[in-house]
Design a protein around this ligand. Structure first.
Ligand SMILES: [Zn+2]
Ligand SMILES: [Zn+2]
Length: 283
């Protein structure tokens, strides 16, 4: 596995890579643009080549892009549908320019229309961008959600069903967020519960789909349905939980990026969480 965190692109994409490298990371995640607005400036090709150079010079593998937060693929609201579809296509192309093959996306909210409708909408989006994804060699990684009201994709069978219903699933992957799955009711606090959770993931989705791990502790308890990240070891998953998760033989075998998205506050930073994780996992 590769271990890293989410880095800011302030100063340029290559600065994110340099910072990740300095911290001792072997991977990283970035936004390619502001995460909270729809519109993006077109990507400067020089900035993209500088990033690719920085990645090549560093020991960083399998970099990840996270799609901005506004797109919602589960709703059938026509305006949101169009904007979300456009954003996804653009982001796939941006990943292509940066030479990044993993794009993490939130599945979204069906806004009260029901999970079945949500799933249908997501499938429509995925089918419509399949060619662009294949051309750019970008895997769209559906992130497991925490199970907040009207969310789609908090249950493994929902993600499994989305993938099954696409007309071509070659470019579809999954991002496993430890805080989200825990909030959605999947326990990982002991070796036995990790084994059960992984077995369910294998049965409903398939471990070969797991392309990215988001490594966050959870501020709220098992099954809370609340998405609040906590520093590694300070939340409800706890050090023992992360030890159990990363010791699991099927998890250990995965050659995937593990990304910290923990808070930056008075209790710690990505750097302190990275050290803590290193201590726990022993990488
Ligand atoms: Zn996310
Ligand atoms: Zn989250």
């Amino acid at each position: 596995m590769y271990f890293g965190a989410h880095f800011s692109i302030q100063g340029g994409y290559h600065i994110a890579a340099e910072k990740a490298n300095e911290m001792g990371c072997t991977t990283l995640q970035i936004f390619t643009r502001s995460s909270r607005i729809w519109k993006a400036k077109s990507m400067n090709p020089d900035a993209a080549s500088k990033f690719k150079e920085a990645i090549q010079k560093s020991g960083l593998k399998k970099p990840v892009v996270h799609l901005p937060y506004l797109p919602n693929f589960a709703t059938d609201d026509p305006t949101i549908y169009e904007k979300s579809n456009q954003s996804l296509k653009e982001e796939i192309q941006r990943c292509g320019l940066l030479g990044i093959q993993l794009l993490v996306v939130h599945v979204g909210s069906h806004k009260g229309k029901g999970v079945a409708t949500g799933i249908k909408n997501v499938v429509k989006h995925l089918d419509s961008v399949n060619d662009v994804a294949a051309e750019n060699k970008v895997y769209i990684c559906l992130e497991t959600s925490a199970g907040t009201k009207n969310s789609t994709g908090s249950k493994f069978e929902e993600i499994g069903s989305i993938i099954q219903k696409t007309s071509d699933d070659k470019m579809i992957g999954v991002c496993f967020d430890t805080a989200h799955i825990f909030a959605a009711g999947y326990d990982i606090r002991t070796p036995e519960s990790v084994e059960r959770t992984i077995t369910e993931f294998e049965n409903e989705i398939g471990l070969k789909r797991l392309k990215v791990v988001h490594c966050n502790d959870s501020k709220f308890e098992l099954g809370s349905g609340k998405d609040r990240h906590e520093h590694i070891g300070l939340g409800n998953i706890g050090e023992k939980g992360f030890k159990a998760f990363f010791s699991n033989s099927r998890i250990k075998k995965l050659e995937v990026p593990v990304i910290l998205e923990t808070p930056i506050d008075e209790k710690g930073t990505h750097e302190t969480d990275f050290k803590k994780l290193k201590e726990i996992v022993g990488f």
